[in-house]
Design a binder for this molecule. Structure first.
Ligand code: ADP
Length: 394
């Protein structure tokens, strides 16, 4: 008859790592010979409530396992106590369904063990698990210990993922940042070149203008990439000041007129030049958001079409909108349009570049100003993008 006193194998929490095996967890070890009487076993179980069950042995070898739940459930039934309590635990064991015992190798990863444990029938979800070690010894693992370890491992995994993501963002920002200066130099030099080329050499002039255009496009892409990483890391800082949205919108229209002219598009604006549309915001950032909507309308609309830019007062807010006669946005695209790197069905009509970042950045900026950016569109009937911002009360 072997009775091994209960032994617990505690492993400190911080030793848990992503590749922890079930053998690393808090385990229980309590062996009872099959000939021991059940009343003695229940007394032992009652003396330590942490013990999830007992391992049965025969001639010192593993024979089976009974959980605390199985024992107490059965002896509490009518006649259960009379039937089992004075008999050897073998008799009790023979009348229970031992096929439900989950036997796992101690080298199994905690995450895999959880998967297996959860595949058990609902009634057995909380039953303890038996672990088998290489030297054939068996120990008991309480399901709760397994689940707690699993949630801790998930937290560790999330932490590791966040760290990896931050590192990726930092590397991306560094690379993008390092590219900005050389590209600015190319923009400057190609501009200089256009003034050095003699007027009659149109081929050289075309090449220089092309270099200038392309490098400006590259600069914009880098800028958007940097902006999105700054937003993502929560490091975007606003320099808020009192602004007249009317003035800002006029400047953006003026700056984009050249692009619209190239496509023979007309930008109409519907707001009272003499009215004031005052908000409290970061001029550069708000301008960037407005610029994104107007340049998108130009980018995705056909040649010879009209774009309407509107500013209006709406209660305590100002509503800015850009309506185009482009292809419109289908239902699937609607769900993704403000996400990151979303280049969707509508394609630029004049070979313009597209990163799928503009609307993501614009929406974040507007929301940082307690505003809303949204779109209304029907496929084939153009789109209207709106920015709603609170009026400044100062
Ligand atoms: P980008 O223009 O650089 O691709 P955006 O985030 O500004 O990035 O736009 C994301 C996608 O949404 C675009 O690729 C385009 O398919 C669609 N889209 C944006 N503006 C419009 C518009 N005015 N009309 C139709 N589709 C648009």
């Amino acid at each position: 008859m072997t009775e091994k006193k209960m032994e617990e194998f505690p492993i400190s929490d911080f030793e848990l790592h992503l590749k922890s095996t079930v053998g690393d967890l808090h385990l229980f070890d309590y062996e009872v010979d099959i000939n021991k009487k059940l009343n003695w076993v229940t007394k032992e179980l009652n003396s330590d409530f942490r013990l999830p069950g007992v391992i049965l042995t025969k001639n010192g070898e593993y024979f089976g396992f009974v959980s605390r739940k199985q024992i107490f459930e059965r002896i509490s039934k009518p006649f259960g106590l009379d039937l089992y309590i004075r008999r050897p635990i073998l008799f009790f064991y023979e009348t229970i369904d031992s096929s439900k015992i989950l036997l796992l190798q101690s080298s199994m990863l905690v995450v895999d063990a959880v998967q297996t444990a959860l595949q058990r029938e609902l009634d057995h979800y909380n039953d303890p698990i038996i672990l088998e070690f290489e030297n054939n010894t068996k120990r008991i693992l309480d399901s709760y210990v397994l689940m707690i370890a699993y949630s801790r491992i998930n937290l560790l995994a999330m932490k590791a993922l966040n760290e990896a993501n931050e590192l990726k963002t930092d590397l991306l920002s560094m690379a993008a940042h390092d590219l900005k200066n050389p590209i600015s130099t190319i923009i400057g030099l190609s501009k200089l070149l256009t003034s050095l080329i003699e007027n009659n050499n149109s081929e050289q002039m075309d090449i220089a203008i092309n270099i200038n255009d392309i490098s400006k496009g590259m600069f914009k892409i880098i800028d958007e990439l940097l902006n999105s990483t700054v937003i993502e890391s929560g490091r975007m800082q606003l320099r808020k000041q009192i602004l007249d949205l009317g003035e800002l919108v006029n400047v953006v229209i003026y700056q984009n007129k050249f692009l619209a002219d190239k496509k023979n598009q007309i930008i109409e604006h519907y707001f009272d030049i003499n009215d004031e549309y005052i908000i409290l915001g970061d001029a550069l950032k708000i301008r960037e958001s407005i610029e994104n909507l107007i340049s998108n309308a130009i980018k995705y609309s056909p040649f010879n079409s009209k774009i309407a830019v509107k500013l209006e007062h709406k209660g305590k807010n100002i509503l800015f909108s850009v309506k185009d006669n482009g292809p419109g946005i289908n239902k699937t695209d609607m769900k993704k349009i403000f996400g990151k790197f979303q280049r969707l069905s509508a394609l630029p009509t004049g070979n313009e570049s597209s990163t799928g970042l503009g609307l993501f950045i614009a929406k974040q900026i507007v929301e940082l100003h307690d505003g809303k950016l949204f779109v209304e569109s029907e496929l084939g009937k153009g789109s209207t993008f709106f920015i709603e911002l609170p009026l400044s009360m100062e």
